[in-house]
Design a protein around this ligand. Structure first.
Ligand code: VG1
Ligand code: CO
Length: 549
């Protein structure tokens, strides 16, 4: 890398914008907000002012290809050159999936990365954009960094750029921008190679050759090229297995959110007579996954538990499952696996950044969230295709289908019936009032009865990181009932319009109980209790949730 000549720095005067707090996963706002003069620049400069790149430092830049991606990337390159980076690695076309970006940061020893994505939020001129900073381990910046960035956004008075034209983002190779090298890289090959080191590709290929079928819905988002290369080119699934495989700036007008509502077509196929053996989908930036077997939807919480229970069937994980981590609202299905295997289980706040220290310290090998995120220590982000490939590896090794894996799992560990109810776009004041009242009532809840349920514990979840001792408070309200069921309430930190109340519902049935029932029926008393405890309709005037996942 070496020392580079001093760039011709242009200092641009600016004033702070309100509300540039990085949420659960970076700063997310409407595109129109990001298009205001200096808006993206203020945030990126605040990141650079906090992380202060050392001489020789490299920065990875890539996004999910949504509208406004290229404009921000070009500007970020000029800013990186002015802020002392020696090298920028950028995905071809400005595109990198979030897990691929994490891999590139690690592989090239970069000091960090800017990921331009609003993930599962819709894209287009009137929709959402986002910027997230990842640190040198490849994972989302921890809270001490995001707190410092927020503080900096409140006092920022200038940002720096060099005077340089846009670069050609579509041609692979190196260019020099005022002394800084910009490498446009093909991230698909690197990522696909990494996957080949983790899983038994020959076994999966043999199963595909023997007639195993799949549909993968890339939702017109970033995963298309990765999925086509891995599933069709390397594993031999027939052409057309990957649908909606071309990344579009507006995701074809859809929410690139892989759940039963936004991937309804895939769900219908999987429940119908022509279902392939497995259906899967990924989100805007490629870090989430949806798994549906023929006639069997696997909840993300169950998927984490089932993958953990079988992960040692994959070559790279043989004999080394150290521990499991899940976010607090994720069901306790994984806890039962950890208990049975005699390994630790960590319960973290929502957001992948809380898994980073556990993964770095080797305390856990697999992590997951109820919101369709699963991943391992191969990168420091959740990874949609990774989860799909682990399922394929397990199916190939076990020689049974998705539904059989699920039934066998529940028959051994019992079943955690689970659903999340989202109330979207509610008034921020109403949402805050609901949460405040809920927190004020916590002390009185234990011992109270709601229908058939009796509260055993009620608290506002706080987490002490076992590695660095940092404390994160106010991470969601938990109400635990006797017998292992619970409701959890928290406000979303990724929305861009009003507030979103998330209500997480769970009931546990032991292996000897009713493990083949309808989820909604098994959660009816928890739903009633949640209404009574939080007064959802009273505060929000909503009778039904907008989205049930
Ligand atoms: C949501 C999910 C959370 C996930 C986050 C980022 O956050 O609940 O589990 O880590 O999105 O995922 P919130 O604060 O809205 O509940 V992604 O794929 O949008 O980067
Ligand atoms: Co995502």
């Amino acid at each position: 890398m070496g020392v580079r000549r001093l760039p011709s720095i242009v200092t641009v005067k600016t004033t702070p914008y309100e509300g540039q707090a990085p949420g659960t996963s970076g700063l997310r706002k409407k595109v129109r907000v990001f298009q205001q003069p200096n808006y993206a620049e203020n945030f990126i400069q605040s990141v650079f002012d906090v992380v202060r790149p050392q001489p020789g430092a490299a920065l990875v830049i890539g996004g999910d290809g949504r509208f406004h991606n290229r404009a921000v990337i070009q500007q970020a390159i000029r800013m990186a050159a002015a802020n002392g980076y020696a090298r920028v690695l950028v995905g071809q076309g400005g595109i990198l999936s979030t897990p691929a970006a994490s891999h590139i940061i690690r592989k090239h020893g970069a000091s960090g990365g800017l990921i331009l994505s609003a993930s599962h939020n819709p894209g287009g001129p009137d929709e959402d954009f986002g910027i997230k900073y990842n640190v040198a381990n490849g994972g989302p910046a921890p809270e001490n960094v995001t707190d410092a960035v927020l503080a900096r956004t409140k006092s920022i008075d200038r940002w720096l750029r060099v005077d340089a034209p846009d670069i050609d983002l579509d041609t692979i190779g190196d260019v020099v921008v005022d002394g800084m090298t910009v490498s446009v890289i093909d991230s698909v090959a690197d990522y696909a190679n990494l996957m080949e080191t983790l899983f038994d590709f020959p076994a999966i290929r043999a199963k595909v050759a023997a007639g195993f079928t799949m549909r993968f819905d890339a939702m017109s988002a970033v995963t298309g090229p990765y999925a086509t290369e891995i599933l069709e080119n390397r594993l031999g699934f027939t052409a057309g297995t990957v649908v909606n495989g071309t990344p579009l700036e507006d995701f074809g007008g859809h929410h690139p959110d892989p759940n039963l509502i936004h991937a309804a077509e895939l769900y219908a196929l999987m429940m119908g007579p022509d279902a392939p053996d497995i259906g899967a989908a990924s989100d805007g930036d490629g870090d989430r996954n949806l798994i549906i077997g023929r006639g069997r939807f696997i909840t993300p919480s169950d998927s984490l538990a089932m993958l953990a229970a079988n992960i040692e069937l994959a070559p790279a994980y043989r004999g080394r499952l150290a521990g499991i981590a899940r976010s607090m609202p994720t069901s306790a299905a994984a806890d039962r696996v950890a208990e049975a295997l005699g390994i630790p289980l960590f319960e973290t706040p929502t957001g992948w950044k809380f898994f980073g220290n556990l993964l770095d310290a080797g305390k856990v090998t697999i992590c997951g969230e109820e919101s369709a995120g699963t991943g391992s220590d191969h990168v420091r982000e959740k990874d949609g295709l990774w989860a799909v490939l682990l399922w394929l590896n397990i199916l190939a090794a076990r020689g049974i289908g998705v539904d059989a894996i699920a039934r066998e799992h529940w028959a051994r560990f019992g079943r955690n019936y689970y659903a999340r109810h989202d109330y979207e776009g509610i008034e921020i004041d109403a949402a805050n009032a609901l949460m405040a009242a809920l927190k004020a009532s916590l002390a009185d809840l234990p011992g109270r009865r709601f229908g058939s349920l009796v509260v055993s514990v009620a608290d506002n979840f706080a987490y002490t990181d076992p590695v660095d001792g940092s404390v994160s408070e106010n991470q969601g309200v938990r109400v635990l009932f006797a017998g292992g069921s619970r409701v959890v309430f928290r406000l979303s930190g990724t929305g861009t319009q009003g507030a979103t109340l998330r209500v997480y519902l769970e009931s546990y049935v032991p292996a000897s109980g009713e493990i083949d029932a309808e989820t909604s029926a098994m959660l009816a008393s928890q739903i009633d209790a949640a209404q009574q405890i939080a007064g959802i309709t009273r505060y929000t005037a909503r009778v039904e949730p907008d989205v049930i996942t």
